[in-house]
Structures are given as structure tokens and as C-alpha cells.
Design a protein around this ligand. Sequence first.
Ligand code: NAI
Length: 390
Amino acid sequence: MQITICGGGNGAHTLAGLISAKQDYRVNVYTPLSDEVQRWHQGIEAGGGITLVSHDRLLIGRPHRVSDDPSSVVPGSQLVLLSLPAFAHEIILRDVAPYLGDGAWIGALPARGAFDWCAREVLGEVEKPSVLFGLQTLPWACRIREYGREVEILGTKAAVDLAAWPSDHAEGISALLSDLLEMPVCPISGFLSLTLASTGQLIHPGVMYGLFRDWDGQPYAEAPLFYHGIDAATADILQQLSDEVQSLRALLEARFPELDLSAVMPLYDWLLRAYGDTIGDPSSLLNCFVSNTGYVGLRAPMRPTDQGLVPDFRARYLAEDVPYGLVVTRGIAELVDLPTPMIDQVITWAQEALEQEFLIGGRLIGRSVATSRAPQRYGLNSLDEVMRAA
Ligand code: NAI
């Protein structure tokens, strides 16, 4: 089977190393950034492939071809995997769509919010009858050690959920991915579950807000710890964000009794399931974060200035998880008139940091909604329309 991996970052390196080390799979890599292609080639030549390192394992896989030309790496692929921040999904989908074979499986790891609406719009324009899928999270915490050559897995989730469209493909794709990713991939009811279950939308903007909401503009000598830097007040923010998503889940389930949103777990429950043994003290939400060895050493995104380090508000923790996460959920909540005070507080702070505009006067009518994945962007202006598009 031929597989194309799209992306040039941490997730793409991990997938490329892991899958191309297996027999029976021909792995291509697509990234539109030509400087990245050069660096992949240099790294692969120097190291004989991509080396994947984890605490108990080392393996090397060599991709068949890496290119910035989709026509040379996509045709003939049964599986196309997007592993890159959600703000790049639409760009990549437009690039690869003309070269997809009929019935190809195309999916995002992770999907974040409303990947299905985005992909169906793009693939619909070129009339490609593909099957879509998405994972609830990236299966690993991983970081490139040397570009094109070596990537490290810092932590592995115990299991990961998958939704597909049309949904009857979820079982088959999950079985294949369980094999490829070497972990349980569990089919869930559909993309609406996946959208609401994206915990990145809670954790990343919630922790950025907790860390930097009172920042006075003074540079830092060193980057604060991201997860291990969470304090009781930030844990409370995360709890409130999670509670608001649970209220939305309950309201949707009450209106549509046949709707199965059981995969939309409270944040605490999700942490225990995803991280299990790496959480030393599960006695509270706060302790789940600060005692999780899978988070050791991970720091807040910062950028250097002449005076020191300042928060990088353009990093994916806001640039991805607000427009393609929290704003999508907020858009669905608006359609059912559910108040979401903490989500609103975080979006209101983040939109200023991002120099974007989503909420105006408590409504999702800002100019940046047009580039988000909120239902309103896709012309879905009632709950019935959202359900029909699910
Ligand atoms: P990354 O930040 O390493 O990805 C960067 C890559 O994305 C770039 O190298 C480039 O190839 C591509 N890219 C970025 N902007 C682009 C653009 N405008 N046009 C085309 N390509 C562009 O991301 P990473 O770490 O691989 O993460 C992938 C996904 O997994 C993200 O959604 C992230 O939030 C999620 N995730 C990552 C984790 C990790 O440990 N790396 C853990 C959990 C989730």
C-alpha cells in the first residue's frame, strides 16, 4: 500500500519514521515548503532514513520519496495523512485534492474542530469522492531532534479515538491505523464528537490565558514551563472550559436523543484515559497536569527579543486551537443559545493576542470568523443545519 504523509514537522517525522520502517508500505512525504524538502533529503541521506527514538526503542525508516510537488507523491496513495497544524489543512487539501484517487482515505492527525466541513468543501469543489477521517489527538508527544534525520517520542497516548465520514468507514480505517500506529485506535460516532472532544482547544488556549493574561510586557529570563507551570487558578480555568463543553454536550444530546456524544469526555477523564500511568497523582485536575511525566520539560512558546524572551502568541497553541478549536465549539454553542462565559473570556483575550476578531458584543460576528472553522463560516446557521452536515 502507498501512503502519503503531508507535513514537515514533528508529527510528520514520527509517522514517516514509524511507517516506512514497516514492510509492505511505500511512504511518500508531501510538504509545499521547498526548503523543508531540501532539509528532508539532506537529513535522510546523512542518517540513512528517519531515526525514531523513544525511551525503549530505536528504529529507522526511509521514506520512498519526499517532494513539494503533489503530483509526484499523491497519485496511487490509498491513505493520505495530514499531520500538521490545522491552519495548514485547507492549503494542503487544495494542493493534494486534484491528485487523489477515487475512494482514497484522507485524514488528519489530529483533526481539531470541523476538519470534515473544511475537507468536504475543498474536495467537493474538485468532485473527489474521498473518505475522510480524523483522530482526536496526535498519538504522541514528539519533537524533531535533527531535521529530516531524527525525531524523539517523549510520550505515547494509551489509545486514540477516530471518526470517519461516511461513518461506516470508521471500523476499517481504525483497524488499519491501529496496525500502523501500534496503538488502539477506537472508532467513535462521528465528526461532531471529534470537534467537541478536541482537548487541545481547552488545554492550549486555557493554559496560555492562565500563564499570560496578566503579562505586563516585561521579558522573561527563561520560558515558563507550560504544563508543569499550571497553578490552581489555571486549573480552575481549564475546569470551567471543560464544564462548558459538557453543558453543550448535554444540551445537544437532550435535543437529539439518538446522537452519541459519549466520546466528548470531561478533561479530567480524558487525561486519565490518554496518559494513564504517566500521571503520578490523579487526585485533582491540577495534579494530573503537574505530576504527568509525559509533560516533563515542555515550555511555553516564546520568541527572543533583545531584552529577553516574550510569549509567542502566533504559535499554534493559540493560532491553531482558537480559530480551529474553541471558536468552532463557541459557534455551535451560539446556535443553541448556550452561555459560555469562560470560553468567551479566553477567546476575547486570545483574539487580541492573535490580532484577530471573532467575538463582538458576545456574538461570533468578527471578521476572522470567515477564516475560522466555525459553523457560521460554512453557512451553517442553525442546529438543524449542523446536524444535517454531521
Ligand atoms: P509542527 O509545528 O511541527 O508543524 C509544522 C509544520 O507544519 C511545518 O514544518 C510545515 O511543514 C507545516 N506547515 C505549517 N504551516 C504551514 C503552511 N502555512 N503551509 C504549509 N505547511 C505548513 O506541528 P506538529 O508538532 O507536527 O503537530 C502536528 C499536529 O499535532 C498539530 O495539530 C499539533 O497541535 C498536534 N499535536 C502535536 C503534538 C506534538 O507533540 N508535536 C502533541 C499533540 C498534538
